[in-house]
Design a protein around this ligand. Structure first.
Ligand code: MG
Length: 385
């Protein structure tokens, strides 16, 4: 089954962009964004799709990238050789990990559609639902706003809640605070207010998104372990492993990461060797399902957990193919008070991650990645790039 074509289907979607030049922290007003579907076609008519763009987190290539990079490498290749094609892309200097991630997901989608099963079943089915945690947007307001929001999430059925506190944002001046300083004392106040509001039976985590110094991370880690937080995610710059190794030694609360370090499954192995985190982290933007599978299996064999970063269809398939002992949670968010997360995006007929009132996400069971595209919406909103 040869790959005969790779196409980009680009269309408009409404998005809420980040309102700071640091690309994180403050959400702006709704504006028109661009979403893209990569479509891989074969000589037997089978097709595979992977979606990404400005709505959500995942990357999808532009037409230009597909014409000049993807097609020259993939056209004429055997479509079912995902492992060989993954190695070809990984050793090609022009392919970013997130581009490989998109193409790899489309190849797995193709295989799942041919087989008539979800990708998780191809990988080795393990479960059809996963525990959710509510993942807040950062900078929601003062501690009482977080506390109230956590109670609302608890009422919706969430059993776990992850705080993104003040990130690139000065909570006193109510204005952007790019990069430095961080506000560790204020972050702890948020964590304390949330714990006091929800009680002891809700699992809590903190993610400061890498903005602390070592000393700040040590201080905050000691405070939130007293508050019985479950893990402490990505507290510092992930370019430096030694502070992470020291922090893991000093704290009892597990450190979760790396979230954004480049190097796909290979850098995750290095972090394990260096004992730079206690719980792993990856998502399909770092080399696709093939890379996530390698990383997750590596963590499992080392007796470590790996928390998948963000939701999305590719990650959902990894969750469906692993046990709760290795990948415990599905990240739902980012959540803001007063916003309905459960509205189905316009370009889909069905959301990726519906949650029941017990706090479980029911993983997509459609063939391939399980994306159910609303082609009427997509075809009505096509754009030429
Ligand atoms: Mg994070």
């Amino acid at each position: 089954m040869k790959i005969t074509d790779v196409q980009v289907i680009a269309f408009r979607v409404p998005v809420k962009g980040h309102g700071t030049k640091w690309g994180y922290g403050v959400f702006g007003k709704e504006r028109p964004g661009v979403q893209r579907i990569t479509k891989i076609a074969t000589d037997v008519g089978a097709e595979g799709f992977a979606v990404g763009g400005e709505h959500g987190y995942f990357y999808a290539p532009t037409k230009n990238e597909v014409e000049h990079l993807v097609k020259p490498l993939l056209l004429g290749e055997e479509a079912l050789d995902r492992e060989r094609l993954w190695h070809m892309m990984m050793s090609h200097r022009g392919f970013s990990e997130r581009l490989i991630g998109n193409i790899d997901c489309a190849l797995w989608d193709l295989m799942g559609r041919i087989a008539g099963v979800p990708v998780a079943k191809l990988l080795g089915g393990a479960r059809e639902k996963a525990k959710a945690y509510a993942s807040t947007a950062p900078n929601l307001g003062p501690p009482e706003v977080y506390a109230q929001h956590a109670l609302e999430c608890k009422a919706l059925g969430y059993k776990s809640y992850k705080v993104h506190a003040y990130i690139y944002w000065d909570p006193h001046k109510q204005e952007p605070a790019p990069r430095r300083p961080a506000f560790p004392k204020e972050d702890v106040a948020v964590c304390r207010a949330v714990r006091e509001a929800v009680g002891d039976d809700i699992v809590l985590m903190l993610d400061p998104w890498g903005i602390y110094t070592y000393d700040e991370a040590l201080y905050v880690g000691r405070e939130i372990q007293k508050l019985n937080y479950y893990f402490f995610e990505h507290p510092m710059d992930e370019n430096k492993l030694e502070p992470y190794r020291k922090l893991c030694e000093e704290l009892d609360i597990p450190i979760c990461g790396p979230e954004l370090a480049p190097g796909s499954c290979y850098s995750r192995a290095e972090w394990v060797l260096q004992r730079a985190s206690d719980i792993g982290r990856i998502d399909t933007n770092f080399g696709g399902i093939t890379a996530c599978r390698k990383a997750v299996d590596m963590y499992e064999t080392m007796g470590l957990r790996c928390e998948m970063h963000v939701g999305g269809f590719g990650n959902a398939q990894i969750l469906g193919a692993t046990t709760e002992d290795t990948c415990e949670f599905f990240e739902r968010g980012l959540l803001r008070p007063g916003e309905d997360y459960d509205v189905t995006p316009s370009y889909l007929n069905r959301p990726c991650d519906p949650m029941d009132d017990e706090g479980y996400v029911h993983l997509p069971q459609g063939h391939g990645l399980g994306v159910d595209f609303n082609w009427d919406y997509i075809n009505d909103n096509l754009i030429q790039e």
